[in-house]
Design a protein. Structure first.
Length: 102
C-alpha cells in the first residue's frame, strides 16, 4: 500500500497507462523505429505545451468526474477529522477503506 496521505492529485498510474495507450495508438505499430517514435514524442510535447498555455490563459481545465470528486471530498473530510483529533488512526483507516471499497 502506498502512502498518499498528502497527495492532492492522482493516486494511481491510470493517467500514465492512458498516455501510453494513446502513444501506442498514435505510433500505430508495436515496435516503431526511433525516428517515428521521436516524431510522435515531439507531437506529444507540443500538445502538452499548448495545454499549459491554455491553463495559464485561464481556460478551464478538464472537469473531474463527479464520482471522483465525491471520493476526493470524502477522503479529504476523513483526513481533516484525523488531523483535528476527532477520530483515531484506526477509525481513519476504516473510513478510507470503506470509501475505497477495499
Amino acid at each position: 500500500m502506498w502512502n498518499h496521505f498528502n497527495t492532492d492529485g492522482a493516486r494511481t498510474i491510470s493517467h500514465l497507462e492512458g498516455w501510453h495507450a494513446a502513444l501506442d495508438k498514435a505510433v500505430g505499430r508495436p515496435k516503431p523505429n526511433i525516428f517515428i517514435l521521436i516524431k510522435e514524442l515531439k507531437n506529444q510535447q507540443t500538445n502538452f505545451e499548448l495545454d499549459l498555455i491554455a491553463q495559464k490563459n485561464c481556460n478551464r481545465p478538464q472537469k473531474m468526474k463527479t464520482k471522483h470528486k465525491k471520493l476526493e471530498e470524502r477522503l479529504s473530510f476523513a483526513k481533516e477529522r484525523l488531523q483535528n483529533g476527532a477520530i483515531s488512526i484506526l477509525e481513519y483507516m476504516d473510513a478510507i477503506m470503506f470509501h475505497l471499497h477495499l
